[in-house]
Design a protein around this ligand. Structure first.
Ligand SMILES: *[C@@H]1O[C@H](CO)[C@@H](O)[C@H](O)[C@H]1NC(C)=O
Ligand SMILES: *[C@@H]1O[C@H](CO)[C@@H](O)[C@H](O)[C@H]1NC(C)=O
Ligand SMILES: *[C@@H]1O[C@H](CO)[C@@H](O)[C@H](O)[C@H]1NC(C)=O
Length: 372
């Protein structure tokens, strides 16, 4: 009889403790979500979603270092961003959180796609980029207004996008990753450097691509050295350029040096003085970065940005080299979701079909690929 009473008391105590623990976990989880959802941002960059994996996993991993990856996802290339994130997610053992920057009318489509089975446990936030922050900083030809891609400038605003992180990775949407992204994340940045890029001349990929490329690999290919403002900077014209499609940033240093303000200053000056090279083939986001980071950036391992797969140079890579690459980048005209890119089949392994059926792969031999 007394033994039974003791048993019941023990049971009651255990139940109370159990309930307290659950209650506590719920509280901290909701605090955490609330914090994520209410990041103040001066740019109208409002996080719309924060979708953690199963709550259990979230609480388990809270002590695990979070690896922030920023990617811009524009509607007409959404399949690219999806494949890039899938390849990163499937190769990592780390606690990766994606910060997906997009325009407000893409949010619903993106959210639906991210519910696909291969991606459904991926952790991400969706951030709405307001293109009005670029007013007066980019010259938009009214005739070509639809070729203007505001999201390519999202990378200039990293501290606004990921205010709590010290270190972040930025990747373009035309890449796939073939190794654990933590290795790229661990790239050391020298004191005083706010970012690490892959240089265009000493990289493994440029040895293949550099012939016949004119001035596309040094500063004079991007900036107009006839302009006084550029000459006054005393930057050597034959300095190697770097590719801003994949980089690691130290946001503490970025904020200390006011990198965003500096980039905006050069964008605004360009509108007035046309400082970029007339034959600029690369993206218009590159020249301000080249100026601001002149002799002030660290390097990433070139195997973490094997590029030019979107140009004819990519055809010269051997299958062994492509297999050994840690990150493949289809910069250039031919995208792997289009008709004629090199090694599109390597990219396609990471593609997840669009549940809305809007984004279709274009393939040479078959009709337009239909999302299943
Ligand atoms: C999206 O943003 C633009 C301005 O940036 C605004 O005009 C439009 O109303 C917004 N659309 C929605 C659905 O919120
Ligand atoms: C980032 O920069 C700050 C300021 O220079 C420095 O104190 C910190 O150690 C750097 N962090 C990393 C991860 O490099
Ligand atoms: C960055 O901006 C702040 C405030 O506007 C200013 O106090 C600081 O001197 C600036 N730092 C640099 C390196 O320009």
């Amino acid at each position: 009889m007394t033994l039974r009473k003791v048993n019941i008391s023990i049971l009651i105590v255990a139940v109370v403790i159990f309930l307290l623990v659950i209650h506590h976990n719920f509280l901290s989880l909701s605090d955490f979500l609330r914090r994520e959802l209410s990041d103040p941002s001066p740019l109208g960059l409002q996080p719309i979603d924060f979708i953690p994996a199963a709550p259990q996993r979230l609480t388990d991993e809270r002590n695990d270092k979070e690896i922030s990856v920023v990617i811009a996802a524009s509607d007409e290339r959404l399949g690219g961003a999806i494949a890039a994130m899938n390849s990163i997610y499937q190769h990592t053992k780390s606690n990766v959180v994606f910060h997906i920057v997009t325009l407000n009318d893409t949010v619903d489509h993106l959210r639906m796609w991210l519910r696909s089975p291969p991606l459904k446990n991926m952790r991400y936030r969706i951030l709405d980029f307001d293109p009005r922050v670029l007013e007066g900083k980019v010259q938009v030809d009214p005739q070509k207004a639809d070729t203007f891609k505001p999201l390519t400038f999202a990378r200039f605003y990293l501290p606004n996008l990921v205010p709590h992180a010290e270190k972040v990775i930025y990747v373009d949407d035309d890449v796939i990753v073939q190794d654990d992204i933590v290795e790229l994340y661990n790239t050391p940045l020298k004191p005083g450097h706010a970012a690490a890029f892959s240089d265009d001349c000493d990289s493994t990929s440029s040895k293949v691509a550099v012939r016949g490329a004119g001035n596309q690999y040094n500063y004079i290919g991007f900036l107009d050295y006839k302009k006084e403002t550029i000459r006054k900077l005393a930057m050597k014209a034959n300095t190697c350029s770097f590719n801003p499609g994949v980089f690691v940033a130290n946001l503490t240093e970025w904020k200390l040096q006011n990198i965003t303000k500096q980039l905006e200053k050069w964008m605004t000056l360009n509108v007035v003085e046309e400082l970029y090279s007339k034959t600029l083939a690369g993206s218009i986001t590159t020249p301000p970065l080249l100026i601001v980071f002149y002799k002030l950036h660290s390097s990433i391992d070139p195997m973490w940005n094997v590029r030019h797969l979107g140009s004819s140079a990519g055809k010269r890579y051997s299958p062994q080299f492509v297999k050994a690459a840690k990150l493949l980048h289809w910069n250039g005209h031919f995208k792997p979701w289009g008709r004629t890119a090199s090694y599109a089949e390597v990219w396609e392994k990471w593609y997840v079909p669009d549940p809305a059926g809007k984004f279709n792969l274009i393939r040479r031999h078959s009709e337009a690929y239909e999302a299943k």
